[in-house]
Design a protein around this ligand. Structure first.
Ligand SMILES: [Zn+2]
Length: 393
């Protein structure tokens, strides 16, 4: 199965070091990117004309709180993951499943839940979105063998540390190390408590525990202080700095500036932190990109890398960057109808959300025109073959 996208006006790579690629076409074979260049016109089963618009990597939400299937008990909402696909999100990463009613806090229950959720989402993609979940909330009593058992059961994450009884750097450090030794990527909640029973966590605890991700440093509820943000930016370069939509917009911009000045933009990743008390935000990642790109003095294509390639690197994913061999998870976008700007990237720099005209996962067009973004000024179109998933003819 070969798919060719022609007529591309601009290609955003997702790679911070080379965020824009030269080319007007992209070919896909069996769900993986084969080539990117000019004038690719070999025989293909499906041909998509991008009509001069922009191709981005599928967005990665680094901080979601799914529970089971496409339902969140927190907001009593179904199909929120499919709605995120309509906001360009093709991969969603769980920062823990604390919204499960009756979440078990004993060791056997923690392991059973994490393994069950990891297996369920690896066997089921809601709306076609790749959900990596099964992210245990750490509680006292877990030992290394428990991490080995969870990893063997398919668990690849440690959920936000601090939502459970393990909330100090000293308590978390050995568990983070055990998880890492077994291939698990960890996130430490920072800032004020987000749910009853969790507590305020600052830079000291994060720097002591050495997680992979300093979670929502602009606050899932209450932001870290600027001094703590400074300490994280200046601290361990192996720790990613996460900014979320459902946080403090002012300190997100502050953290972005500090990271830019420190040459640390490669560490910044973007998440939604939804579903949460703030709600369900299908366009949350796009909104964060528009916010940071329009007010943060960082080019849109660089901010897009924070929601794609940077996150893929932290989580060892084969998506998030447009390059041969990577999974063909793509979003085709343009400036929205009525925008004062002519392209998606220019619209983002202006603070407008682009219009999505097609989303592909593993090379398959899952949706055409987004039901959530404003309509794109120019719409990609399938000109040969049938795009599986419908809606794009
Ligand atoms: Zn949190």
């Amino acid at each position: 199965m070969r798919t060719l996208i022609t007529g591309i006006g601009q290609i955003v790579s997702g790679d911070l070091d080379a965020p824009l690629l030269d080319g007007d076409s992209l070919s896909i074979v069996d769900g993986r990117i084969e080539a990117i260049g000019r004038g690719l016109d070999d025989e293909a089963d499906v041909v998509i004309d991008a009509k001069g618009t922009t191709v981005l990597p599928g967005l990665i939400d680094s901080h979601a709180h799914p529970v089971v299937g496409d339902f969140t008990p927190r907001q009593r909402t179904i199909d929120f993951i499919e709605s995120s696909l309509h906001g360009g999100v093709t991969t969603m990463i769980s920062a823990g499943e604390p919204h499960l009613p009756g979440r078990p806090k004993d060791v056997v229950g923690i392991k059973a839940l994490a393994i069950a959720i990891a297996k369920a989402y690896s066997a089921f993609r809601p709306g076609g979105v790749k959900v990596r979940a099964g992210a245990p909330i750490l509680e006292h009593g877990l030992v290394e063998a428990d991490f080995a058992e969870m990893a063997a059961g398919g668990v690849k994450l440690i959920g936000e540390i601090g939502l459970g009884s393990v909330r100090t750097g000293a308590d978390a450090a050995p568990m983070v190390a055990w998880g890492r030794a077994h291939g698990m990527v960890s996130t430490f909640h920072t800032g004020g408590p987000s749910i009853p029973g969790s507590s305020a966590i600052g830079a000291d605890a994060v720097l002591e525990a050495k997680p992979d991700v300093a979670g929502h440093i602009n606050g899932g509820t209450t932001s870290l202080s600027e001094a703590d943000i400074d300490r994280l930016v200046a601290g361990d370069p192996a720790i990613a700095l996460e900014l979320v939509q459902c946080g403090n917009g002012r300190t997100a911009l502050y953290a972005l500036r500090q990271a830019a000045d420190a040459g640390a933009l490669g560490r910044v990743i973007l998440g939604n932190d939804a579903p949460s008390g703030t709600g369900v935000l299908p366009l949350g990642i796009l909104r964060s990109i528009a916010h940071l790109a329009s007010l943060g003095a960082v080019a849109p294509e660089v901010v897009i890398a924070m929601a794609t390639g940077n996150t893929a690197r932290v989580h060892h994913l084969d998506t998030g960057v447009l390059a041969p061999g990577r999974a063909a998870d793509l979003v085709i976008v343009d400036a929205p109808i009525g925008s004062v700007r002519g392209t998606a990237v220019e619209a983002l720099a202006n603070g407008d959300l682009p219009g999505i005209s097609m989303v592909l996962v593993d090379g398959v067009a899952l949706i055409g025109r987004s039901r959530n973004t404003p309509p794109a000024a120019r719409m990609a179109e399938v000109v040969k073959g049938v795009a599986v998933g419908g809606g794009s003819h």
